[in-house]
Design a protein around this ligand. Structure first.
Ligand SMILES: O=C(O)CCC(=O)C(=O)O
Ligand SMILES: [Fe+2]
Length: 337
């Protein structure tokens, strides 16, 4: 089939040329939508290339991310993530960074091993017009240019989410705008993630992963990752086994979240993924990793009832009762806190 390949021999995730959807004939659009449909059914993940976000903008976002996380902790704490789980904006830190550098002493490593709560730090931002979760920026003089760049990158990612939703609606034989229209409130979240270099033993001996196995919450997630690798995706055929989702130059990884799995009555899979043990450098230290996920969720009043083409009375009845997107999010929050 035109426009597909896979990331490498071990990854089941296809690489799809999204330009054929964005600028192709109506036949090419449909064929690409079918490829994406199959990928989300079989794996829950797809790499898309020629997705419309210039690589140079993605590279810039990684540069800004590195610059932000390199700030001293007290500067990063000028835009702290509020406590609790309902306002996801600003900086979430960890204690690991200050103790992870140049520590080779056995006792010290043991100490860190028990002290480390998590091996990542993050910065979240959203739409400038999101009044549920207003943005929390570092003061402009701390990192001039950061906020305007993130606001512009947010818009590019949001536009890509809408294009992917058009592709998905096409796959289901719906009006191409139908799913995009349900995301008009712009309730998206741009996350910068940094997994710092820590002693490899910390991760290995505690069998910790950098981000433990989870599925995403919302409708779809975009993910940009650096060249370090480490992302792993659960094998649908062998639950509990994970396969690498290596970085593929010039692509964006797209995956299905729980809300979309429910909405499609299980046709598209919200696949469990994690970030595993990174490669080792300097004998003892592992390489840092940077990644940029972009999470999307439907407007909160959207009725989440099995979409057309995803159910029938006889052989594929609806598996879930109808909820609103907002009701679903709240239900998940209540289970968490
Ligand atoms: O760092 C990564 O590549 C994975 C991030 C992720 O899965 C998440 O934040 O939900
Ligand atoms: Fe995730």
């Amino acid at each position: 089939m035109g426009g597909t390949s896979t990331a490498n021999g071990t990854s089941p995730i296809p690489v799809i040329d999204f330009d054929r959807f964005l600028h192709g004939s109506s036949e090419e659009k449909k064929a690409t939508a079918k490829q994406v449909d199959d990928a989300f059914h079989n794996v829950g993940f797809v790499y898309i290339k020629n997705h419309g976000i210039p690589q140079e903008q993605v590279d810039k976002c990684f540069d800004w991310s590195a610059k932000f996380f390199a700030l001293p902790t007290e500067k990063k704490m000028l835009c702290p993530h509020p406590p609790g789980g309902s306002h996801h904006r600003g900086y979430s830190g960890m204690d690991v960074e200050k103790v992870s550098q140049n520590i080779y002493d056995r006792d010290e490593i043991d100490k860190i091993r028990t002290a480390i709560p998590d091996t990542k730090e993050s910065f979240e931002s959203g739409s400038v017009s999101d009044s549920y979760q207003p943005n929390i920026w570092p003061p402009p003089d701390v990192i001039p240019g950061f906020q305007p760049f993130m606001e512009s990158f947010y818009l590019r990612c949001a536009a890509l989410v809408h294009d992917v939703l058009r592709c998905l609606a096409t796959a289901l034989g719906m009006d191409p705008e139908a799913l995009s229209d349900t995301h008009s409130e712009d309730l998206f979240q741009l996350r910068l993630l940094h997994y710092p270099s820590v002693p490899a033993k910390v991760l290995k001996e505690k069998e910790r992963t950098r981000i433990s196995a989870h599925s995403d919450f919302g409708t779809i997630t975009l993910l940009f990752q650096d060249k370090v690798g480490g992302l792993e995706v659960e094998d649908q055929c062998h639950p509990g086994q994970f396969k690498p989702a290596p970085p593929v130059e010039g692509t964006c990884l797209v995956n299905i979240g729980d809300l979309m799995e429910r909405w499609t009555n299980g046709r598209w899979k919200s696949t469990v993924h994690r970030v595993g043990e990174p490669p080792i450098i300097d004998g003892d230290m592992c390489m840092p990793r940077y990644s940029i996920p972009f999470f999307s969720v439907a407007n909160l009043d959207t009725i989440i009832d099995a979409l057309p083409g995803c159910w029938d009375e006889v052989s594929n009845p609806k598996k879930h009762e109808t909820v609103t997107a907002g009701g679903y999010v709240q239900m998940r929050m209540e289970a968490l806190y």
